[in-house]
Design a protein around this ligand. Structure first.
Ligand SMILES: Cc1cc2nc3c(=O)[nH]c(=O)nc-3n(C[C@H](O)[C@H](O)[C@H](O)COP(=O)(O)OP(=O)(O)OC[C@H]3O[C@@H](n4cnc5c(N)ncnc54)[C@H](O)[C@@H]3O)c2cc1C
Length: 458
C-alpha cells in the first residue's frame, strides 16, 4: 500500500438511482467532494413508486451525518412502539420499543417513511452536490469487470476508476462479474399484499380512524400470515402489509406494482380480529402483490480488479422481515465511501475493495439470518412452537410493563440507558433485545474505519 502519498480523488460511475445509488453518491461526495461522480439511471425520471419503509438507528445515524435529518423529519413518522398482537383476538403479545427508546439505546431514532419521500430527499441532496451528475434514461447494458468501463444500451461508454453497481435485485452488473454471473434472485415461500391507505379513508371507519395518528405501529401474527400497519407520509398514508405463505402466481420477484386480487386478500383475514378486517375492508384498487425474493450469498461484492462494486439489492437483496433493505443500502454506501476514502493509489483498489466486500458480507449474511428468523417468528402456526414464542414475547412485554408501573417513565429511561443490552451476534431475531442491539446499534462509519485500521493498516 502506498502510505506516503496523499489520498486520491476518483472518477466514479454509479449505476441506478434507487436508495443505494443515490446514497452512495452522497456518501462518496461527503467524504471527498473532489470525487467526480456520474449516476446512470435507466428510468426517464425518478420512479416515485413504492410503499412504506422503516429506517432504524443503524441507518438514521448515517442519514443524520449526511445532513438529511431536517428534510426527513418533515416526512417521517416516529412511532413509540410496535405492538405485536394475536391474530384472532387482538391480544397484545409483545412490544418492540421504537421512540424515544431508539435514541436512548442506539443513539438515533426509528423512522417510518414513504419510499418516494426518502428517494426525493436523497435526490434533492444529490442535485445540490456540484461533483455529482445524474443522467436519466441511461440504461446500462454491460460492465467490464476488469476496467469498470460501462456500456449503455444506447451505445455510450463511461470510463471510470470505480463503478458502483446499484441496479437492484435483477442487476445486470452482477451478471457481468464472473463469480456471480449465474446468480439470480430466488423466490421465497411468501408473498405480500401491499397498500397505502389515504388518511381520509382511514378516518371514514370508526375502528381504523384512531390508527392514522396513533404512535403505535401494529403487527398481528397468525398461522402463516401476518399483518403489519403503520403511518407514513406526514400522517397522510397508512402503510399496510399482509404476508401470505405462498409465492404470488405470475408475479416475478422484484415486480413492485402488480395489481392484487383484493377479494382473495380479504378472504385470508376474514376470520381475524375486527381491527384487521376493518383495515382489509379499506383497501381498494391501489393494492399490489409482491413475490418476495432474495439474492443468494455471492462469493464477493467486488470484481477481482476492485474496479466494480455491487451494493444494495444488486449485491444482497434480503427478505423484508427485518425491514433492512434500505438500511443495508445506506450502510453499504457509508462504508464504501470510508474504504475508498483511504485510497492513495488506484493500484490499491483491488486490495481495499476486497477488504470492503469481506467487511460487508459478514454483516449482511448475518442480517440475512435475522430476516429469516423474523419471517419464521411472524408466521408460526398455532401450536407448540407458537406457545413457546408467545411465552418468550409475553415475558418481554411483562418486564416492560412491570418496570413502568414500578419506576415510572423517567426512571425506566434511566434504567434503559444504564442496562443497555450487549449486541448478541447469536440472536437471529429483532424481536429480542440482543438482536436489536446488534442490528440497530451498529455504527457503520466507525466500524469501517476500525476494519481499515485492523485489516489494511490504514
Ligand atoms: C419501484 C420500487 C418500489 C419499492 N418499494 C419498496 C417498498 O415500498 N418497501 C420496501 O421495503 N422496499 C421497496 N423497494 C425495494 C427497496 O427500495 C430496496 O430493497 C432497497 O431500498 C435497496 O435499494 P437499491 O437501490 O439497491 O435497489 P432499487 O431500489 O431497486 O433501485 C435500483 C435502481 O437501479 C435502476 N436500474 C436497474 N437496472 C438498471 C440498468 N441496467 N441501468 C441503469 N439503471 C438501472 C432502477 O431503475 C432503480 O432505480 C422498492 C424498489 C423499487 C425499485
Amino acid at each position: 500500500m502506498s502510505f506516503n502519498q496523499p489520498v486520491i480523488s476518483l472518477k466514479i460511475t454509479v449505476i441506478g438511482a434507487g436508495m443505494a445509488g443515490l446514497s452512495s453518491a452522497i456518501a462518496l461526495s461527503d467524504i471527498n467532494p473532489d470525487h467526480q461522480i456520474t449516476i446512470l439511471e435507466s428510468n426517464a425520471s425518478l420512479s416515485e413508486i413504492g410503499a412504506g419503509l422503516q429506517l432504524f438507528a443503524n441507518s438514521t445515524r448515517v442519514l443524520h451525518k449526511w445532513g438529511l435529518t431536517p428534510a426527513l423529519e418533515k416526512v417521517a413518522f416516529q412511532s413509540s412502539h410496535l405492538s405485536i398482537r394475536r391474530w384472532e383476538d387482538n391480544t397484545e403479545l409483545s412490544v418492540n420499543m421504537n421512540n424515544p427508546s431508539s435514541t436512548l439505546l442506539y443513539g438515533w431514532p426509528q423512522w417510518q417513511i414513504y419510499r418516494p419521500d426518502l428517494q426525493k430527499v436523497l435526490f434533492e441532496r444529490v442535485k445540490q452536490l456540484p461533483n455529482v451528475s445524474i443522467l436519466f434514461a441511461k440504461s446500462v447494458n454491460t460492465v467490464d469487470y476488469e476496467t469498470g468501463t460501462v456500456y449503455t444500451v444506447d451505445g455510450e461508454i463511461f470510463e471510470a476508476d470505480l463503478t458502483v453497481a446499484a441496479d437492484g435485485i435483477w442487476s445486470r452488473s452482477r451478471r457481468c462479474l464472473p463469480a456471480s454471473k449465474d446468480v439470480s434472485p430466488t423466490a421465497y415461500r411468501e408473498h405480500n399484499y401491499r397498500a397505502v391507505i389515504p388518511r381520509s379513508r382511514m378516518l371514514s371507519n370508526t375502528i381504523t380512524a384512531p390508527f392514522i395518528a396513533s404512535p403505535e405501529a401494529k403487527l398481528w401474527v397468525g398461522s402463516g400470515v401476518f399483518v403489519l400497519g403503520y403511518t407514513v407520509a406526514s400522517e397522510e398514508l397508512y402503510n399496510l402489509v399482509i404476508g401470505v405463505p405462498r409465492p404470488s402466481e405470475g408475479v416475478p420477484v422484484g415486480s413492485w406494482n402488480h395489481p392484487a386480487n383484493i377479494e382473495t386478500m380479504r378472504g385470508l383475514v376474514s376470520g381475524w380480529c375486527e381491527e384487521v378486517r376493518a383495515l382489509a375492508s379499506l383497501v381498494q384498487e391501489d393494492c399490489v402483490s409482491w413475490t418476495l425474493g432474495e439474492v443468494p450469498p455471492i462469493p464477493s461484492y467486488v470484481s477481482t480488479s476492485g474496479r466494480v462494486a455491487l451494493i444494495g439489492d444488486a449485491a444482497h437483496a434480503l427478505l423484508p422481515h427485518a425491514a433492512q433493505g434500505a438500511g443495508m443500502a445506506i450502510e453499504d454506501s457509508a462504508s464504501l465511501a470510508e474504504f475508498v476514502g483511504h485510497l492513495r493509489s488506484t493500484e490499491d483498489l483491488a486490495k481495499v475493495m476486497s477488504a470492503w466486500s469481506q467487511f460487508r458480507q459478514a454483516r449482511v449474511d448475518h442480517l440475512r439470518n435475522i430476516s429469516r428468523g423474523n419471517a419464521s417468528d411472524m408466521t408460526l402456526p398455532d401450536g407448540e412452537c407458537q406457545i413457546v414464542r408467545d411465552e418468550k414475547w409475553n415475558a418481554i412485554r411483562d418486564k416492560q410493563q412491570a418496570q413502568l408501573a414500578e419506576l415510572g417513565l423517567e426512571k425506566v429511561r434511566e434504567k434503559m440507558i444504564r442496562e443497555r443490552p450487549a449486541p448478541d451476534p447469536a440472536c437471529k431475531s429483532t424481536f429480542e433485545p440482543g438482536g436489536r442491539m446488534w442490528t440497530y446499534g451498529f455504527d457503520v462509519s466507525e466500524e469501517s474505519k476500525k476494519y481499515c485500521r485492523e485489516h489494511l493498516g490504514l
